[in-house]
Write a protein that binds this ligand. Structure first.
Ligand code: NDP
Ligand code: MG
Length: 382
């Protein structure tokens, strides 16, 4: 039995992870769950799945859970509690499903304890990929990708020598604005983008899918997961979302991973690895598709791609600043403080203003994150 904790269990990935877990009672035992403040969902999850320990960052929320469950479970509060859960001795594998930069420190704590990580969160790798991957090697923690594209690349590379890798084709659905004209971008409201054509996800990643920053972050994620230069990663718009990514080897042979678009498939594989477990999910129905199509992404309409490639090339603290500025700009867009086209503009201005620090340590990363947030905030408020 693998002993599991889900950090960010109340979110989209977290809930899908519980769906997977429910189907394999003989494989996984649930030790811990965590939320930021959504105690309503967490209470339902506790009643259904009986974890031994839960962490709630919001202290009021933690008290609510404590009052309700008394001594039946251990309740940890605040970010300290979250870090403690990440290091809990009774956990073998952590599903990291917290969104945004908040995942960074608990992820590092878990890696330092040598725990395996089913990693859905992409922001932490973008911020501090080198530090995380180095620590994972030192502490023998496996980083098992959950993001569907990274899972695809991982699966394609698994039985092959990575030294023969020539390039990666990172596929993208194109997001909800794939066919929208640039002149209409100014009118885009949060409600227009919160409906993603293929995936039901948290708000931040859904907006990132509309600006294509999600794909930009995935380029940087892949750089770290597979030790490959960003110049060897090509994004392909693939609206059918059947091929989740591909790898090309030096002899020009290409492998692709295909599956029905359902996050439970990559979540399950990261959890069950190296086993594959039979499930009741639908497979790809090839006869439903007349065509599998591919297109080049339009960097004019989606400048976030250019910004992400540039940050990947600059390395140092630039990707961290890119991510911080994006988180602030997306939040401002969702709160109707800025319009849609101001998201990339804000990020670009922040990147032009900050000092890039090469070969950063964790302290440099945390400082760069704070500085970029402050810069983005001041741009938005003025
Ligand atoms: P959601 O917004 O649905 O869920 C986020 C989870 O993180 C919730 O449990 C939330 O708790 C918790 N959380 C939010 N902020 C904090 C914080 N500051 N400290 C601690 N916990 C916090 O996000 P998703 O599930 O969509 O995405 C999670 C991650 O996985 C993201 O990094 C995303 O990029 C990545 N990902 C998601 C995919 C998807 O299909 N959704 C696909 C591929 C990658 P609460 O509910 O209490 O607020
Ligand atoms: Mg993805």
């Amino acid at each position: 039995m693998k002993r599991i904790a889900i950090l960010g269990s109340t979110g989209s990935i977290g809930r899908n992870t519980l769906e997977v877990l429910k189907n394999f009672p003989g494989e996984f035992s649930l030790v811990g769950l965590s939320a930021y403040s959504d105690t309503g969902t967490l209470i339902q999850q506790i009643e259904r799945f009986h974890p031994k320990v839960v962490s709630v960052v919001d202290k009021e929320g933690a008290r609510t859970i404590e009052k309700k469950f008394g001594r039946k479970i251990k309740v940890l509060a605040g970010t300290g509690g979250l870090n403690a859960l990440a290091q809990n001795e009774d956990i073998d594998l952590i599903v990291m499903a917290i969104s945004g930069a908040a995942a960074l420190l608990p992820l590092i704590r878990a890696v330092e304890k040598g725990k395996d990580i089913a990693l859905a969160n992409k922001e932490a790798l973008v911020m501090a990929g080198e530090i995380i991957m180095r620590k994972a090697r030192q502490c023998r923690a496996k980083i098992l990708p959950v993001d569907s594209e990274q899972s695809a690349i991982w699966q394609c590379l698994e039985a092959n020598n990575k030294n023969y890798l020539r390039k990666i084709y990172l596929t993208a659905s194109g997001g909800p604005l794939r066919d929208v004209k640039m002149r209409d971008f100014k009118k885009i409201r949060p409600a227009d983008v919160l409906k993603h054509p293929c995936w039901k996800m948290g708000k931040k990643i859904t907006v990132d899918s509309a600006t294509l920053m999600n794909k930009g972050l995935e380029v940087i994620e892949a750089v770290h997961l597979f030790s490959i230069g960003a110049d060897k990663i090509e994004i392909l718009i693939h609206p059918e979302v059947v091929i989740h990514s591909m790898v090309e080897f030096v002899d020009r042979s290409i492998l692709a991973q295909l599956a029905y678009a359902d996050m439970r498939i990559p979540i399950q594989y990261a959890m069950s690895y190296p086993k594959r477990l039979s499930n009741g999910l639908p497979g790809v129905d090839f006869l439903k598709f007349n065509n599998l199509s591919f297109a080049k992404p339009d960097e004019k309409r989606f400048p976030c791609l250019r910004l992400a490639y540039q940050a990947a090339k600059d390395a140092g603290t630039a990707p961290c600043a890119l991510n911080a500025a994006d988180e602030v700009a997306v939040d401002a867009f969702l709160n109707k403080k800025i319009d849609f086209v101001s998201i990339p503009r804000t990020i670009e201005k922040v990147l032009n203003r900050i000092n890039n620090i090469t070969d950063p340590g964790l302290e440099d990363i945390l400082r760069a994150d704070q500085e970029a947030r402050a810069q983005a905030m001041s741009l938005i408020n003025n």
